[in-house]
Design a protein around this ligand. Structure first.
Ligand SMILES: CC(C)(COP(=O)(O)OP(=O)(O)OC[C@H]1O[C@@H](n2cnc3c(N)ncnc32)[C@H](O)[C@@H]1OP(=O)(O)O)[C@@H](O)C(=O)NCCC(=O)NCCS
Length: 214
């Protein structure tokens, strides 16, 4: 079994701990060494797992270890990944066994996480450190950028491109052929029928730029 640490002991981190435990019950893969977290006290315990420290502590680890970074905010996730410079650390991708990953030719980047009950079909590329969370559907020929976050229950239609570091809120629906720009935010429950500019936030049905952010 390989050693694994989870960076982020918040809600999504704890859900990923559960996922890893479920994967291990089916087929032991990882020896869970602990959490890393910048906001929690070193030595404290979350869901039965010790917090081993912060990024400085990760960078001091002297034995090979795999790390996953289940932090929903793409920006925070990318900052944390960039802060880990220890050659002993490799970033694992993790897939819940109930996820249907689709065609064998689909591509999954390093450090990406696909959680329970997601369904992907064919011609799909998932970037490095992207997160596809609970029960999302991803249609044919969708490109998901590095560090993108798809929150639970999103439906991404065919030929959609989701930009790097973009955040797709819970239950959003993206019409076919749409491009979501880099670092854009799609609000929970939005139905996206037009392309979304980089760094913009859209909400509603149909989705429109958020007035407070225009
Ligand atoms: C879009 C979003 C990022 C905006 O967050 P925010 O900037 O903090 O916005 P606020 O909560 O201050 O709301 C500002 C206005 O937009 C509206 N609004 C916020 N989110 C909305 C949404 N998803 N759909 C429709 N309207 C929304 C609010 O009702 C409010 O309107 P008002 O000014 O008329 O009262 C956020 O609401 C959202 O949807 N995030 C996704 C959450 C998610 O999916 N989490 C996953 C957890 S697993």
């Amino acid at each position: 079994m390989k050693d694994l640490a989870i960076y982020g002991a918040g809600g999504l981190g704890r859900e990923m701990l559960l996922m890893v435990r479920q994967i291990n019950e089916k087929n032991p893969v990882w020896n869970i060494k602990g959490f890393f977290d910048d906001a929690k006290k070193k030595g404290s315990v979350t869901d039965g797992i010790e917090v081993l420290g912060n990024s400085a502590d990760v960078n001091r680890l002297s034995a090979p270890i795999e790390v996953i970074v289940p932090i929903a905010d793409p920006k925070i996730r990318s900052i944390i990944v960039a802060s880990i410079v220890n050659a002993n650390v490799s970033f694992a991708a993790a897939f819940h066994y109930s996820a249907n990953l689709g065609d064998m030719a689909n591509k999954f980047g390093k450090g990406c996480l696909v959680t329970a009950n997601c369904v992907l079909t064919t011609g799909i590329s998932v970037g490095d450190f992207a997160i596809i969370n609970l029960a999302c559907t991803v249609g044919h020929d969708v490109q998901i950028g590095n560090f993108a976050s798809l929150m639970p229950g999103c439906h991404i239609s065919g030929n959609v491109a989701i930009g790097e570091g973009s955040f797709i809120g819970t239950g959003a629906v993206i019409r076919q052929g749409i491009t979501i720009g880099d670092h854009a935010i799609v609000g929970a429950g939005a139905v996206v029928t037009r392309n979304v500019d980089s760094r913009s936030t859209v909400v509603g049905v149909p989705a429109r730029p958020m007035k407070s952010r225009v």
